[in-house]
Design a protein around this ligand. Structure first.
Ligand SMILES: CCC/C=C/C(=O)SCCNC(=O)CCNC(=O)[C@H](O)C(C)(C)COP(=O)([O-])OP(=O)([O-])OC[C@H]1O[C@@H](n2cnc3c(N)ncnc32)[C@H](O)[C@@H]1OP(=O)([O-])[O-]
Length: 294
């Protein structure tokens, strides 16, 4: 047990050291300057321009997640991840579709050996690896890989016409990017089993009731609400937000006792930061905190 506590303490310290090592002045990233995206759009939003918005932009195929799109998404996430001016990332699609799944036409000819040897879906892991908070703003269809992509994000906001589903079963396959795993952890076995075995979709209200979406808003207000959420998160210390995200995610990866130990050590580790000191001092002095992410 003492060893586990030590491992957690050193992991938490490692996160703090890695964050401290990141350059404090980063190159400004913007959609129009360096990147010519084919399948996505990127911009920065919010009053302080600290919320990145990545829009999936392949309307003809309802944002089907082809390899090119997933590569661009990974690149954009890495760039925003390094940009110290960005506090949170919003991932969205169109009003009709967040994403209608992996690109069926692209993978129709794949063979088992190609999947294995080409490490198929390797480009899909970047979203879940992103250290900054990432909010999925889902309008329309989030099906198959689209639903899985939303579930890789930290928070899902849904437009009132959103539809979530894992229809892979109807294509003679199964979810391959978390549909049987993340969905089951979120909605429980019986609902996940029903969705995965029937391919039936659920609407936004049901997704919220099940805890898959944290909020449902009118479709035309979705992006604005998601950006506001990113801005609210961005008022806090980016450093402490990163630690908090890691602690919540640990709940999905470990036992309760190990998770509680990790949380406790991470909480202790915040006492080595200037932002913890500033947050508590500002409260006592009845003034807003000025966080420096250190
Ligand atoms: C990653 C791990 C494993 C994941 C596996 C998966 O996600 S498997 C996938 C799980 N997902 C599914 O099984 C859902 C598949 N999609 C659908 O069932 C329907 O498109 C719909 C119900 C979402 C909308 O119906 P609607 O009548 O409103 O619209 P529409 O049907 O006319 O589509 C417009 C255009 O988009 C095209 N396109 C759409 N989706 C895909 C796609 N995934 N791929 C490629 N293309 C796609 C469609 O072919 C059409 O192009 P066309 O012919 O004009 O050149």
């Amino acid at each position: 047990m003492a060893n586990i506590a030590k491992i957690f303490a050193s992991r938490a310290q490692g996160v703090l050291q890695a964050a401290a090592r990141q350059p404090q002045v980063a190159t400004r990233f913007s959609s129009s300057s360096t990147n010519n995206w084919e399948y996505i759009k990127t911009e920065v939003a919010g009053e302080s321009k600290n919320v990145a918005v990545i829009t999936l932009n392949r309307p003809k195929a309802l944002n089907a997640l082809c390899n090119g799109l997933m590569k661009e998404l990974s690149t954009a996430l890495q760039q925003f991840g390094k940009d110290q001016s960005i506090s949170a990332i919003v991932l969205t699609g169109s009003e009709k579709a967040f994403a209608a799944g992996a690109d069926i036409k692209e993978m129709v000819g794949n063979t088992y050996s190609q999947c294995i040897q080409g490490n198929f879906l390797n480009d899909w892991t970047e979203v879940a690896r992103t250290q900054k908070p990432i909010i999925a703003a889902v309008n329309g269809y989030a099906l198959g890989g689209g639903c899985e992509l939303a579930m890789m994000c930290d928070i899902i906001y849904a437009g009132d016409k959103a539809k979530f589903g894992q229809p892979e079963i109807a294509l003679g396959t199964i979810p391959g990017a978390g549909g049987t795993q993340r969905l089951t952890r979120v909605v429980g076995k019986t609902k996940a089993m029903e969705m995965c075995l029937t391919g039936n979709m659920i609407g936004a209200q049901e997704a919220e009731k099940l805890g898959l979406a944290s909020k449902v808003v009118p479709a035309d207000q979705l992006l604005g609400e998601a950006v506001k959420l990113g801005e609210k998160i961005g008022t806090h210390s980016n450093l402490i937000v990163q630690l908090c995200k890691e602690a919540v995610n640990t709940a999905y990866e470990t036992t309760l006792q190990e998770g509680l130990k990790f949380e406790r050590r991470t909480f202790h580790a915040t006492f080595s930061t200037a932002d913890r000191k500033e947050g508590m001092t500002a409260f006592a002095e009845k003034r807003p905190a000025k966080f420096t992410n250190e």
